[in-house]
Design a protein around this ligand. Structure first.
Ligand code: UD1
Length: 497
């Protein structure tokens, strides 16, 4: 049976998802029905969808339902935000915990799991390995009693960096893994050499090809290793691999990010013996097994920072509930230097952005507790409207200024010099169509759209959905005029034109 679907002609939006809910091949769910995506679909699929621009080839029998998802966010800028929002669970906290559930030969229940696409992918990978996963909104139960596969497919590993967390977890549980190189945001090289070096020091053997990496070990016996750079991912992988080792492990030069503390807290609650998390030396006493556990994921410090900046950009008043304020001290310092008024309590923060228009001579991304690279582009968006020039220096990733040309399209005055960007404040930004290139840069464009005059369309919403449960829902709750998927595509008259 062949179906023909004709897309409505959308003014200004030339990209969209045709979202198919498939029976046999659920992986296709997220494919764009675009010319670019056709290469990913096999020639056995019959033509079932046509539009003026994009034909897509999908096997008709597999389709349950279809819908059009415009894959864009529309913002009518200029509203001063005022309101409160609850902060979702942490993306970078949750993904290592999902991987860690493999080490528990039984049930793990994670509460406050964010409903984001990276979590969907990690769950698919756990199911692929043999875990039984039951999900009820933000509550995810993983039963890892039996793991029957140690090889992972590229579809889900290739879309996010955190799939590499499976390396340590599978070595710890099964002694082997075969996986594809991780994907994720295109913000620099992002190699995995430190992960591999550290695990090699513990006796793991690696075989690499152009696309895949295989690792194998007998029973790990622990050891002493030193990381050349405090890589978050490498620290997490070593911890995951060594929790069940027959011996003790000392890791020196560890990352000190809150996500490391979260992982160790989770593992210790399940019976692991880990000391020193949050410092640069972590000691792991190998235990025989981990017990079943129910754990509540911490809130997301990056999402919290994004919404504080929404207050700054619109000169509004924004209250965050369930915010991880103890992890946000460096942000608070910079926001105060910009002139923001902050009231901070336990898991609660209120920002008044009315006077937060000062430029900052120099902000430099750094490892925790320094300024987080994940908020670099959002702060750049805020600096575009400051009263003077600010310098943003990116020290963690070599290619994280991809948002700059898009902000320039909106009228921002930004010059990039290697790893530094000089952002000179302009009196206003102008709404237009811009393209998200990656997760955090996409969120920065939404922030810019909140402050810009007229309508901004941020294309490639799917990048933002990797880390934000529903950025439209949250900003709407704060009073933003922002499209909601359910409303469909809004005409320019929506913005008063
Ligand atoms: C990084 C951030 C983390 C953030 C995450 C998602 C830091 C220190 N880490 O973690 O806070 O939540 O991105 O955006 O800010 N590197 C190598 N070889 C390796 C591993 C890393 O060269 O094997 C390099 C990376 O290319 C990068 C730097 O080390 O330049 C930081 O990497 P790492 O901390 O491992 O990155 P993530 O774990 O992805």
């Amino acid at each position: 049976m062949a179906h023909t679907i004709r897309l409505r002609p959308y003014p200004m939006i030339n990209r969209g998802h045709l979202v198919f809910l498939m029976s046999a091949t659920p992986i296709l769910k997220y494919y764009k029905a675009s010319v670019a995506a056709m290469g990913n679909l096999t020639p056995t699929h019959t033509l079932i969808v046509t539009s003026d621009r994009y034909p897509a080839y999908i096997k008709a029998d597999d389709i349950h339902e279809w819908m059009v998802d415009m894959d864009a966010i529309q913002i009518c800028g200029g509203n001063t935000l005022c309101g409160e929002v609850d902060i979702q669970g942490s993306k970078n906290g949750t993904l290592p915990l999902l991987a860690a559930s493999i080490l528990v030969k039984g049930k793990t229940v994670l509460e406050n799991c964010p409903m984001i696409t990276d979590v969907d992918h990690m769950i698919k990978l756990l199911e692929y390995a043999g875990c039984k996963v039951t999900r009820n909104k933000r509550s995810v139960e993983i039963d890892a009693a039996s793991i029957h596969r140690t090889d992972f497919p590229p579809e889900h590993t290739g879309v996010m960096r955190s799939s590499i967390m499976l390396l340590g977890a599978m070595l710890g549980r099964m002694g082997e893994i075969s996986t594809y190189y991780p994907g994720g945001c295109v913000i620099g090289e992002r190699p995995i050499d430190m992960h591999m070096d550290a695990l090699t020091q513990l006796g793991v053997q690696f075989t690499e090809s152009d696309t895949k990496v295989e690792a194998r070990t007998g029973q790990l016996g622990g050891g002493s290793i030193k990381l050349a750079f405090p890589s978050v991912g490498a620290t997490e992988n070593v911890i995951l691999a060594c929790v069940l080792a027959k011996g003790n492990t000392l890791i020196e030069g560890c990352a000190r990010e809150p996500e490391i503390v979260e992982l160790c807290r989770f593992l210790n609650r399940a019976g692991a013996k880990i000391r020193g998390a949050g410092g640069s030396r972590i000691y792991i006493e190998g235990v025989e097994k981990l017990q079943e556990i129910c754990y509540r994921v911490m809130p997301d410090r990056i999402v919290a920072g994004t919404y504080l900046l929404a207050g700054v950009m619109t000169k509004g008043i924004v209250v965050l509930n369930q915010a991880p304020v103890d992890q946000m001290q460096e942000l608070f310092r910079i926001l105060q230097m910009m002139g923001a008024d902050l009231a901070i309590a336990d898991q609660w923060v209120c920002i008044n952005g009315e006077h937060a228009g000062k430029s900052i001579a120099r902000v430099k991304t750094a490892v925790y507790p320094g300024f987080p690279t994940d908020l670099q582009s959002a702060f750049m968006a805020a600096f575009t409207l400051a009263d003077g020039c600010s310098i943003m220096e990116e020290t963690i990733f070599e290619s994280r200024f991809k948002v700059v040309p898009q902000l320039q399209k909106m009228g921002a005055d930004i010059h990039v010099m290697g790893r530094r960007a000089m952002i000179c404040g302009v009196s206003s930004l102008k709404g237009c169509k811009v393209e998200a290139m990656e997760l955090r840069g996409g969120a920065a464009l939404v922030l810019a759209g909140l402050a810009a005059s007229g309508m901004t369309i941020v294309e490639n919403r799917h990048f933002i959905d990797r880390g934000y449960e529903d950025i439209c829902r949250d900003l709407k709750a704060l009073g933003a005029k922002i499209s909601d998927e359910k409303e469909g595509i809004l005409p320019e008259t929506w913005c008063g034109k």
